[in-house]
Design a protein around this ligand. Structure first.
Ligand SMILES: C[S@@+](CC[C@H](N)C(=O)[O-])C[C@H]1O[C@@H](n2cnc3c(N)ncnc32)[C@H](O)[C@@H]1O
Length: 174
């Protein structure tokens, strides 16, 4: 008889997150797509998710603030964006997801205005994991996004958006 996954882990979003974090695997129901040269790749839903559902873990290496500062001195800007700062049990920590490891979380794009998911620090066996949960019902074909936070992000500025759109247009003309 085929092994079945416990129903509780499927129904309760927190248990579901803990289940996938423990496995170190992404759950099914998502596709990676190339959007354009401005945004790069993104993660898209290919099925329905309900508000509150666990979606994706932002996987990477959990490092201390000190180690993060060391890495920031040597990382190129394109790698710095893969560092996610958070607090856990009174400690300032970071998940460094700079390494291309095939995981989905590192490819989820920012939306400061209308995100459909939210990052939450979730303790699993005493260790921190960063998990995205749905803020609303999500249908197939929707891009998964979350708000990266308050710090300045170049792509949020109108000047950057317009110059990038022009670049994409010019590329298509070639
Ligand atoms: C953590 S990565 C996300 C995955 C990235 N799109 C890729 O293909 O590797 C963050 C980078 O994605 C791009 N990005 C994220 N959100 C964006 C947005 N709303 N508009 C434009 N670019 C965005 C920026 O280049 C940013 O440095």
């Amino acid at each position: 008889m085929a092994a079945t996954r416990p129903q509780r882990a499927k129904r309760n979003p927190k248990h579901n997150a803990i289940y996938y974090c423990s496995l170190g695997e992404d759950k099914e129901g998502f596709d990676i797509k190339y959007i354009n040269s401005f945004k790069g790749r993104g993660v898209f839903s290919c099925r329905r998710f309900q508000k509150g559902d666990f979606l994706i873990e932002y996987r990477g290496e959990v490092i201390s603030r000190k180690e993060q500062e060391n890495r920031l001195k040597v990382y190129h800007d394109a790698l710095k964006v893969f560092m996610f700062d958070f607090r856990f049990n009174g400690q300032q920590l970071c998940v460094d997801a700079a390494r291309e490891d095939g995981s989905l979380g590192r490819l989820v794009n920012d939306d400061a205005v209308n995100p459909n998911s939210k990052m939450k620090v979730t303790g699993v066996d005493g260790r921190p994991h960063l998990c995205l949960f749905a803020l609303k019902d999500i249908g197939p074909g929707e891009e998964i996004t979350y708000n990266y936070g308050d710090s300045d992000r170049p792509w949020r500025s109108k000047v950057f958006i317009f110059s990038s759109i022009e670049n994409v247009r010019n590329c298509h003309k070639l």
